[in-house]
Design a protein around this ligand. Structure first.
Ligand SMILES: [Zn+2]
Length: 175
C-alpha cells in the first residue's frame, strides 16, 4: 500500500515544527545576485511566525530599491508553498535596515568559496573607504590586498587585487 503524500494536512504538527519546516524551505532560497548564499544566511529573515493558520515571514531587503526584491519575495513564497503551506505572507521590513553585518558565519564562508570576499564587519561604526579596503583575499587569505575600484560590476561589489597570489577579486561591499 502506498503512503499518501501529506503536503497540506498535518494534524499532528505543532507550531514549532511548522515554523521549522518554513526555515528549512527558506534555506533553499537564494539571492539572485549571489546564488550560493540563502536568504537565511544573508540575515534577511528576522522572523517566521504562524498567525492563525497563516505563515508570516518578515524579510529585510538587502539593498533599498533593489530590482531583485520582487523576485526574492516571490521565490520565498513559492518555496514555502512547495513545503506545504497554502497561506503565506511575506512582509518587507525596512526599519531597522539590513546591513552586511547580518550575514552569518556560514554565509561568509560560502561567499569566500564563491570567490567573493565577504564584507568587513562595520559593528555599527559606519562604512568608509578604509573599511572597504581592508579585506582578506578569498583565494589565499592574504591581507596584502589593495582596492582597485570601489564600484565593481554591480553597485554592491568592489574590485580588489591581491599582491600575494596576483589575482583580482570582487568583494561584497559592507553597508
Ligand atoms: Zn590572494
Amino acid at each position: 500500500m502506498e503512503t499518501p503524500i501529506q503536503a497540506i494536512e498535518r494534524p499532528d504538527a505543532d507550531e514549532c515544527s511548522d515554523t521549522m519546516r518554513v526555515w528549512e524551505a527558506l534555506h533553499g532560497v537564494t539571492d539572485p545576485e549571489i546564488p550560493v548564499v540563502s536568504v537565511v544566511d544573508m540575515g534577511m529573515i528576522p522572523s517566521v511566525k504562524l498567525v492563525g493558520g497563516r505563515i508570516v515571514i518578515r524579510m529585510m531587503p538587502t539593498f533599498a530599491g533593489c530590482p531583485a526584491l520582487t523576485t526574492i519575495r516571490e521565490n520565498i513564497r513559492r518555496a514555502v508553498e512547495l513545503a506545504g503551506f497554502a497561506d503565506v505572507q511575506v512582509e518587507a521590513v525596512f526599519d531597522p535596515p539590513w546591513t552586511t553585518d547580518r550575514i552569518t558565519v556560514a554565509g561568509r564562508k560560502r561567499l569566500r568559496e564563491f570567490g567573493l570576499a565577504p564584507p568587513s564587519k562595520t559593528c555599527g561604526g559606519g562604512v568608509d573607504e578604509a573599511l572597504i579596503a581592508s579585506v582578506l583575499c578569498p583565494f589565499c587569505n592574504s591581507s596584502d590586498t589593495k582596492l582597485e575600484s570601489i564600484f565593481g560590476p554591480t553597485l554592491c561589489r568592489a574590485i580588489h587585487y591581491c599582491d600575494a597570489c596576483q589575482q583580482s577579486f570582487e568583494q561584497f561591499k559592507p553597508i
